[in-house]
Design a protein around this ligand. Structure first.
Ligand SMILES: Nc1ncnc2c1ncn2[C@@H]1O[C@H](COP(=O)(O)OP(=O)(O)OP(=O)(O)O)[C@@H](O)[C@H]1O
Ligand SMILES: CC(C)(CO)[C@@H](O)C(=O)[O-]
Ligand code: BAL
Length: 288
């Protein structure tokens, strides 16, 4: 195995310092493990920028609400290590909860505005916990680049905001959503789906594609969203946390006919899985 796994911040730093002394560029891909092709697409994108790629695997307790799936979240480190090794990743950072949050830990982070909506509204405190752990990972590894998927588009926007606000010296790169052949966005939580639910799950990307198509050709969005909600509900999703179209940059809610780059966002529960997805809407009459 060419992959090395370290479990402490000290060992991570020692490795990165050596690479830096050799003048090598370093990229970090933060994950919660249970790795799939979506994660590997980020490591491949990382490789186009950096000489050394680090993947962190840490199921961060502080971004889960009290009734969410922290305990059930799949923890598959040996399988993840094999996948990372096959993908040519040099370093896996897999710390314990105690390593990241030692006794006495008392620091919180909150980002205004961008976190009030979408998953921020549905999962109170989620983005505070996410920002807390991503800030720690960035300061621990001090990479040149850090990569995040557009599947978690709001997360990517929030990260860009606090990295700018806090002057963290790293370039944040977003990677496109990697999908299964039938359109379902890859996600570690897809493994919660029964075979029947797995079939039903394709409804989300089909509804988003249809909305994207028609909104980009100039149809008013309210009726499209209403039809989309009905289709998602009748497929068996419940609850639908949101199906909304927002500005692609500042995430402001949009209305009527789309006249600038936007995104349609969905989050809905199917059985044990809360699934999210989103797609870009580029108005046909824009040069964006
Ligand atoms: N299908 C995908 N395409 C591109 N990036 C992805 C995809 N799925 C996850 N990512 C990205 O991988 C990183 C780690 O995500 P995470 O480990 O939470 O995986 P996940 O599949 O999104 O899991 P979950 O089901 O918990 O949301 C995040 O930046 C996330 O946006
Ligand atoms: C960025 C992240 C690894 C922080 O725990 C997580 O939110 C995720 O997997 O998207
Ligand atoms: N992929 C986002 C991490 C989470 O759902 O907590």
């Amino acid at each position: 195995m060419n992959l090395t796994t370290v479990h402490t911040v000290a060992d991570l730093r020692a490795r990165v310092s050596r690479w830096r002394a050799e003048g090598l560029k370093v990229a970090l891909v933060p994950t919660m493990g249970a790795l799939h092709e979506g994660h590997i697409s980020l490591t491949k994108l990382a490789r186009t920028q950096a000489d050394r790629v680090i993947v962190s695997v840490f199921v961060n307790p502080t971004q889960f609400g009290p009734t969410e799936d922290f305990a059930a979240y799949p923890r598959t480190l040996p399988a993840d290590q094999k996948i990372l090794d096959a993908a040519g990743v040099e370093l896996c950072f897999a710390p314990s909860v105690e390593e990241m949050y030692p006794s006495g830990f008392a620091t919180r982070l909150h980002i205004d505005n961008l976190t009030d909506m979408l998953c921020g509204a549905a999962r109170p405190g989620h983005f505070d916990g996410m920002a807390q752990i991503v800030t720690k990972l960035l300061l621990q590894a001090m990479p040149d680049y850090a990569l995040f998927g557009e599947k978690d588009y709001q997360q990517l926007m929030v990260i860009k905001r606090f990295v700018t606000d806090l002057n963290i010296p790293v370039s944040i790169i977003g990677g496109p959503i990697h999908r299964e052949a039938d359109g379902l966005a890859m996600s570690s939580r897809n493994r919660y789906l029964s075979p029947e639910e797995r079939e039903t799950a394709t409804t989300l990307s089909r509804v988003l594609s249809s909305i994207t198509d028609r909104a980009s050709r100039g149809d008013a969005i309210e009726p499209l969203l209403e039809t989309g909600r009905q289709q998602i509900a009748s497929a068996g999703f419940s609850p639908i946390d949101y199906l909304e179209i927002r500005d692609a940059e500042n995430l402001e809610l949009m209305h009527g006919v789309i006249d600038r780059p936007a995104r349609v966002f969905v989050a809905a529960r199917l059985g044990k899985a809360r699934l999210i997805d989103n797609m870009a809407i580029i108005p046909a009459n824009s040069d964006a």
